[in-house]
Design a binder for this molecule. Structure first.
Ligand code: AMX
Length: 466
């Protein structure tokens, strides 16, 4: 008697043949308003998600309400205490305000908003207990999605919905939940770091923490503090100097502002929007976004890139001597010939080097301790000149250029966040900003539940008479 898996195995060849037939013979045909290739090809280019705050041009990159990254770096508010420092970066709080309202905030507005977030940053007791109960071997992204999902316990929107509220009032409760979630993300991320890599620092049986929430500081500072990376509010495990500690905070600010939004079709944004369309509260919705971000073709690439760069360094860098372009090229061909992808390269929409990658590289280039002395950073930079040629010759990827994940991990690594498994959690803190801002608008506009129509291969084939 055949079991389930063997029965399935038997059905595969016929279905794969049918899939190949439809893809190669009917791909160009219009099926309703779409091409058959769009249905089979991950809905590429299909304009069907309403998204207000950002748009992605294949050749130019992201614009936030019409502003480029460089415009945002000039116009969005910094921390008031460091506003005059040329090395100080825009605040993610400022980016969130801008994404949500389309208006540039004043310094005073951002000071107040930053204080409001810090005031709400502490986690409820049950979340500490829940996170403490998870094995430290559980991937940090899984821990993050569990924690965010559990905050549904306190959802004002879910409670109001249960009481019964008109559709026109929903957005106000969603807004309150969104602010609460954004405020708590640094503490969630910090606790996951401590539980996973520094067990004992923040377990409930220990009063010690690597750092604490400072109510006078912004979310990036507080995240850095909880990672043990600030001079004054942390144990400063890595022994960072004053300058490095302040640079690390600015790295988080830049990273979180840049990764906040990348229009609505990427997996984390779309998952949040889709789940929210069922009127699941913002915690459940963003928890779904985090699960998508945890995929290696999306946010997990940040971890994959760093592992790849560290392995390349071990194999190719001898002492202080950097490898030749030819050696890098051979190394890449070995990976491609074994059927693997080059992590940090390619993009579903972009057709040029990602301007977010360039902004992160500029951060490193502005600091000689990174640009002149950090071998991993130098390797990333050199790789970005060599890999596009190799990928073009390989001939598969439509975009042979570096994407955002190519450069970020190496900068965290430079300052001592060497736990590669953790990088995507910082992405998760950042990515909340855009999709959650859109979720508020989804409810303001009263968007309906998402329900595309699915079709099977037989229906497509029949439509064209085979
Ligand atoms: N290395 C090798 N091959 C690649 C490649 C890469 N970096 N990028 C794409 N290709 C291959 C694809 O695997 C595909 O091969 P197949 O036809 O045998 O399946 C072919 O090129 C065509 O792919 P595409 O249309 O150019 O890309 P896509 O839209 O299907 O996928 C992406 C986009 C990002 C998933 C893909 O480029 C990739 O896997 N890159 C490496 C992982 C990565 O860096 N992900 C992070 C993306 C940014 C983010 O979301 N955080």
């Amino acid at each position: 008697r055949k079991d389930l898996k063997s029965t399935l195995k038997e059905a595969i060849p016929e279905k794969v043949e049918s899939f190949k037939y439809v893809k190669s013979n009917l791909g160009d045909k219009s099926f309703g308003e779409l091409k058959v290739s769009t249905i089979l090809g991950g809905m590429r280019g299909n304009r069907s998600v309403l998204w207000e705050a950002s748009t992605l041009d294949p050749n130019e990159g992201i614009r936030f309400h019409g502003l480029t990254i460089k415009d945002c770096q000039k116009k969005l508010q910094k921390s008031q205490a460091e506003a005059d420092s040329p090395l100080s970066e825009m605040l993610p709080e400022s980016m969130f305000w801008f994404l949500l309202t389309g208006k540039l905030p004043s310094q005073e507005q951002i000071n107040d908003f930053t204080a409001q977030l810090a005031e709400n940053a502490e986690l409820p007791g049950y979340l500490h207990t829940l996170l403490d109960s998870l094995p430290s071997t559980l991937h940090p992204m899984t821990q993050m999605s569990i924690a965010i999902s559990a905050l549904n316990h306190d959802s004002l929107f879910a409670k109001a919905y249960e009481r019964g509220i008109p559709k026109t009032e929903m957005w106000e409760y969603v807004f309150d939940d969104v602010i609460n979630l954004v405020a708590k993300l640094p503490a969630i991320a910090g606790k996951i770091y401590q539980n996973t890599f520094y067990e004992g620092y923040m377990r409930s049986n220990s009063l010690q923490t690597l750092g604490e929430i400072n109510k006078k500081k912004d979310i990036s500072y507080n995240l850095a503090s909880l990672l043990g990376m600030t001079k004054n509010d942390s144990v400063n495990l890595k022994g960072l100097s004053e300058t490095d500690s302040s640079d690390f905070v600015n790295l988080i600010r830049l990273y979180c502002a840049l990764h906040a939004d990348h229009e609505g079709g990427n997996v984390s944004a779309h998952a949040t929007h889709l789940v929210g369309s069922a009127l699941s509260d913002p915690y459940l919705s963003y928890s779904a976004g985090i699960q998508g971000l945890a995929g290696p073709l999306h946010g997990l690439a940040a971890q994959e890139v760093l592992r790849f760069i560290v392995a390349m360094k071990e194999s190719l860098v001898k002492g202080s001597e950097m490898p030749s372009d030819e050696q890098i090229s051979t190394y890449l061909w070995d990976i491609l010939n074994s059927g693997r992808v080059i992590p940090g390269y390619g993009h579903a929409v972009l057709r040029r080097p990602d301007p977010r990658f360039e902004a992160m590289v500029d951060f490193g280039l502005a600091r000689p301790s990174i640009s002149k002395s950090d071998v991993h950073f130098k390797l990333v930079h050199q790789l970005s000149k060599v890999a596009p040629g190799v990928l073009k010759e390989h001939g598969k990827t439509q975009n042979p250029y570096p994407n955002v994940d190519s450069s970020s991990g190496v900068l965290f690594y430079h300052y001592g966040i060497t736990e590669t498994m953790y990088f995507t959690v910082i992405f998760g803190v950042s990515r909340a900003l855009g999709p959650l801002a859109q979720l508020v608008w989804d409810r303001i506009l009263g968007l309906p539940i998402e329900r595309p129509k699915s079709v099977n291969l037989q229906t497509i084939t029949n439509a064209f008479g085979k």
